[in-house]
Design a protein around this ligand. Structure first.
Ligand code: COA
Length: 135
């Protein structure tokens, strides 16, 4: 069953994200996790089986759009529908809060995942993402 994770799940979640290749040395994944579980407009959804965290997705909104980060399913649990269920749970979490749109960024070297999202009905948006670090 997919359910919100809490602060005690930080270690398992970051291990899962790392195994899935989603962490970067310049990002504080544990800090991201703890801010998300603590925030009023964010959540980290997870699915456990026999105590093991098999999948998770960080979801949040900025009042205008819903965002998904760190969608990951453990290597040995892929292809069983967990990724799709996590995205559906993320959508439901945002719909419950009245958000009209869900979106996310895909790193340009992660083309392997694009067919998965296409399969779920997600399409490339006509915009560029600009940014700079604040730290
Ligand atoms: C992307 C990821 C979360 C998918 O999780 P998963 O549990 O294996 O996916 P599912 O089993 O839920 O697949 C859902 C559907 O997409 C399809 N699908 C999955 N991967 C696919 C792919 N690479 N290409 C095409 N279809 C794919 C499945 O066949 C399934 O189809 P169905 O609904 O008709 O049965 C997983 O591969 C992962 O953790 N990847 C590494 C981390 C990552 O890149 N995250 C995304 C960051 S943007």
């Amino acid at each position: 069953m997919i359910a919100p994770l809490g602060p005690d799940d930080a270690g398992d979640a970051v291990a899962l994200w790392t195994e899935a290749g989603l962490t970067r040395p310049w990002n504080d994944a544990t800090g991201d996790f703890l801010r998300a579980v603590d925030g009023a407009s964010s959540v980290v959804l997870g699915v456990r089986e026999d105590g093991e965290l098999l999948g998770s997705a960080m979801v949040g909104h900025d009042g205008h759009r819903g965002w998904v980060y760190y969608l990951a399913v453990a290597d040995g649990a892929r292809g069983r529908g967990l990724g799709k269920q996590l995205m559906q749970a993320a959508e439901a979490w945002l719909v419950e809060r009245g958000l009209p749109k869900i979106q996310f960024m895909v790193r340009s070297d992660n083309t392997a995942v694009l067919d998965f999202y296409d399969h779920l009905g997600y399409a490339k948006q006509d915009c560029l993402v600009l940014g700079r670090r604040l730290d």
